[in-house]
Design a protein around this ligand. Structure first.
Ligand SMILES: NC(=O)c1ccc[n+]([C@@H]2O[C@H](COP(=O)([O-])OP(=O)(O)OC[C@H]3O[C@@H](n4cnc5c(N)ncnc54)[C@H](OP(=O)(O)O)[C@@H]3O)[C@@H](O)[C@H]2O)c1
Length: 321
């Protein structure tokens, strides 16, 4: 086991030298809020509406596998240089994330952990116990970002619990997911603490420009899930994106992540493969030009590639999660 870990570290050290560090050495110097972590990987940060700094690129964990598989993937991601991890009570990946962080030996305060409250536990009575369950799974005494997973059930009651935990310092920032413009406005108008983040489906075929504009009024940052259309939906083999990628000598995945970050959107692509982790983090050494951005803007279809969250059968299903 020790040897396997050492081999992996050696492989990643070499890969990092060859790929990420060299690739990052150019443009990053001119970006403002960048830092270099202990792996030598540079990262861009976003400042949330309460002053908390959040890495703009992290790793998603939906469908990452069983606890051991998640642990292995998280160990790899941390070795590559990822410091933002996105999990959720509903994904069943919190324990693997906690185990991966622990075995990495990296200090807790160097890592930004996001987790989410299950829809079925989104109410004033269950939220605290659910949060404490997350802490136990993650082997930590605080989370950096705790999100309402869906705008369903008693979001206001759960938010009161989350606000209290935030004031106590047990959650550094609180936010929401999948809130449409009307819900964001209502939520911001009627809560003392505004969400720091709204995590929503966002990719070149579903760009969410109107939603982002509404959110900017309240200083709520957009975080993208399904940046790659969940690896299906034709996003990664879109011909326009392929030609932009070729022009920059990058992959389509890198062009998408770069495009999102240039829109001030935080990204959390999911992969279990080390070579893709390296590929996905190596996006800070190039910039898209105006022609690229104009061409990508035209790709927006304005509808979810995943599902219609307002469909009544979906609402019933989501409530049961
Ligand atoms: N708040 C919410 O309601 C919500 C909903 C969905 C997801 N999320 C979060 O957002 C994260 C990201 O979204 P997602 O996992 O649904 O979809 P995604 O990141 O768009 O796509 C993941 C898929 O892309 C593949 N992939 C990753 N890097 C690649 C690359 N460089 N080239 C080609 N394929 C690549 C992965 O395959 P391999 O693993 O085989 O590499 C996987 O099949 C989730 O993991 C989760 O943490 C939140």
């Amino acid at each position: 086991m020790q040897n396997t870990t050492n081999d992996r570290r050696e492989f990643l050290k070499t890969s990092l030298k060859a790929g990420v560090v060299l690739g990052l050495s150019g443009v990053l110097g001119s970006l403002s809020a960048n830092t270099t972590n202990s792996q030598g990987v540079k990262m861009q940060f976003s400042t949330l509406n309460n002053g908390v700094k959040m890495p703009m690129l992290g790793i998603g964990t939906l469908n990452m596998g069983n606890t051991k598989e998640v642990q292995n993937a998280i160990e790899s991601a941390l070795e590559v240089g990822y410091r933002l991890i996105d999990t959720a009570q509903r994904y069943g990946t919190e324990e693997g994330v906690g185990a991966g962080i622990k075995s990495s030996g990296i200090k807790r305060e160097e890592i930004f952990i996001t987790t989410k409250l299950r829809p079925s536990l989104t109410n004033e009575k269950d939220a605290l116990k659910a949060f404490e369950g997350s802490l136990k799974n993650l082997q930590t005494d605080y989370v950096d970002l705790f999100l309402l997973h869906w705008p369903l059930n008693d979001t206001y009651g759960a938010w009161r619990v989350m606000s209290k935990l935030h004031k106590e310092g047990r959650i550094k920032a609180i936010g929401v997911c999948n809130f449409l413009p009307d819900r964001i406005v209502d939520f911001c108008l009627n809560n003392e603490i505004k969400p720091a983040i709204n995590q929503v489906e966002c990719n070149p075929l579903y760009q969410r420009a109107n939603l982002q504009k509404v959110m900017q009024e309240y200083n709520v940052k957009l975080e993208s899930w399904a940046s790659f259309g969940q690896g299906r939906s034709g996003v990664l083999d879109n011909p326009v994106l392929m030609s932009i990628a070729k022009k920059h000598n990058k992959s389509v995945a890198q062009v998408i992540l770069r495009w999102l970050i240039e829109r001030d959107i935080i990204v959390i692509p999911k992969t279990t493969r080390k070579e893709r982790m390296l590929e996905n983090i190596n996006i800070f050494d190039f910039k898209l030009d105006e022609n690229d951005k104009t061409a990508i803007a035209k790709l927006d279809k304005g509808v979810s590639l995943s599902f219609n969250q307002q469909d009544v059968e979906r609402v019933k299903w989501l409530n049961s999660l």
